[in-house]
Ligand binder design. Structure first.
Ligand code: FMN
Length: 390
């Protein structure tokens, strides 16, 4: 079992991630984790915060001589902005602390502010938004990079791209080679493989900038090289489609998830939706007429690319704030404004990759076990042999 946890607040000292259950011997490079962290910070439409931070993974345990050693891995990522918040959010109370607080008493619609303040009994939503913030996903991306390093050892790659920003859509499928090229770019606009569609997406973000508004969109995560048989049909909580859906919807601002071409399928007849089954006698293998199921049938991977999409609502904080109520006076008031992103779909794709990688790595470890990478690989090879001779 792979277990992971994150801690840390948006303007606290650092973010922390722990990952337990990776076998010993997985090669790890800090540069490759930092590259993923950099990718998460990119995209046209990000706010001023991303200009302050240059995220770097500081590994404090579980990795020695560039390899996992089987013990829990802990990673710290510094918040450079913390230095501006040491008096507003001190760990230990200090004299006059009240004067330095930056209270949020006008909860922002679409945020955790109001529900969290009621639930935790604070009349200031500051502590709530500090943890609800998507800054937390930095920690997920760091350990997702470790899951990716593990999956690469089995020939499994996980990438993403943006398929819609507001109403501007990519109208064609992307090839794997396009996704690889996209992931290697040193400048990220909106994470779309098609320059013409990306231009239309940029126009939508430009419009949001001009009008003080925000936009959402859709990203797609693709996992290639996944063997058939991860997950299982036998119980609700062993179905991999369900586990992937939870991982994606757990992301801040993601309100919908699609496995394969779910929405299109729901609007079509069955004869047009299911992926026909064929057999190649020369290659001794089953092939499929299409991959509308997104590589998952009956809650199990079927050997085709795993396709999962996440639908992001528009960013909740608006420069032209929406109506709210002051928690102290209960009078109508405009919602608080905190420096904010306008559009984050490419970054969400990178976070989606991390979440999918963590779920797939977990399913691989459950199925093939092993305390060392060599042992996991041996078990995996045995299974591939079984599949080949089926
Ligand atoms: C990468 C990323 C960056 C985000 N940045 C912001 C932001 O700058 N301002 C904002 O209001 N919401 C931002 N969000 C969304 C909020 O974190 C999210 O809407 C909020 O925590 C409430 O959670 P919910 O939308 O899942 O209900 C971001 C989300 C992601 C995935």
């Amino acid at each position: 079992m792979l277990r992971f946890e994150t801690a840390g607040e948006s303007h606290g000292e650092c973010l922390v991630a722990t990952l337990t259950g990776l076998p010993a011997g997985v090669p790890v490079s800090i540069a490759s984790i930092d590259r993923e962290l950099w990718r998460r910070q990119q995209g046209f439409g990000r706010g001023g915060r991303m200009k302050i931070e240059t995220d770097h993974a500081h590994i404090v345990s579980g990795i020695r001589h560039s390899h996992t050693i089987g013990s829990p891995i802990a990673i710290l990522i510094e918040n450079k902005d913390w230095k501006n918040w040491t008096e507003a959010l001190p760990v230990e109370d200090i004299d006059g602390a009240e004067d330095h607080k930056k209270p949020v008493t006008r909860p922002r619609p679409g945020h955790a502010d109001l529900a969290g303040a009621i639930k935790y009994n604070f009349h200031d939503a500051r502590y709530i938004l500090e943890r609800a913030s998507a800054r937390e996903t930095t920690a997920r991306v760091a350990i997702g990079a470790l899951a990716k390093s593990f999956l690469v050892e089995f020939g499994i790659g996980v990438l993403s791209h943006v398929i819609a920003v507001g109403e501007a859509k990519l109208e064609r499928p992307a090839t794997w080679e396009e996704l690889v090229a996209l992931s290697q770019r040193d400048e990220v606009l909106l994470g779309c493989v098609d320059p013409e569609a990306e231009k239309r997406m940029k126009a939508v973000v430009d419009q949001a900038y001009k009008t003080g508004d925000t936009v959402g969109g859709v990203f797609e995560v693709v996992a290639r090289g996944v063997p058939p048989g991860l997950g299982s049909h036998i119980a609700w909580d062993t179905r991999l489609d369900g586990r992937l859906a939870q991982a994606i919807v757990s992301m801040q601002a993601v309100k919908g998830v699609e496995v394969g071409y779910a929405a299109e399928g729901a609007a079509a007849f069955g004869s047009k939706v299911q992926d026909t089954i064929h057999y190649s006698r020369e290659k001794h293998e089953f092939t499929r007429g299409a991959n509308r199921a997104g590589g998952l049938e009956g809650g199990m991977t079927n050997g085709q690319d795993v396709l999962v999409r996440g639908m992001l609502k528009p960013i909740s904080t608006l420069r032209r704030p929406l109506e709210s109520v002051d928690l102290a006076t209960r009078d109508s008031a405009l919602a608080a404004y905190e420096r904010s992103d306008i559009a984050v779909v490419p970054a969400a794709g990178v976070i989606g990759e991390a979440m999918v990688a963590l779920v797939l790595a977990s399913a691989m470890i459950e199925k093939f076990g092993g305390d060392s990478l060599a042992e996991t690989k041996r078990n995996y090879q045995g299974y591939l042999e079984q599949v080949k001779n089926f």
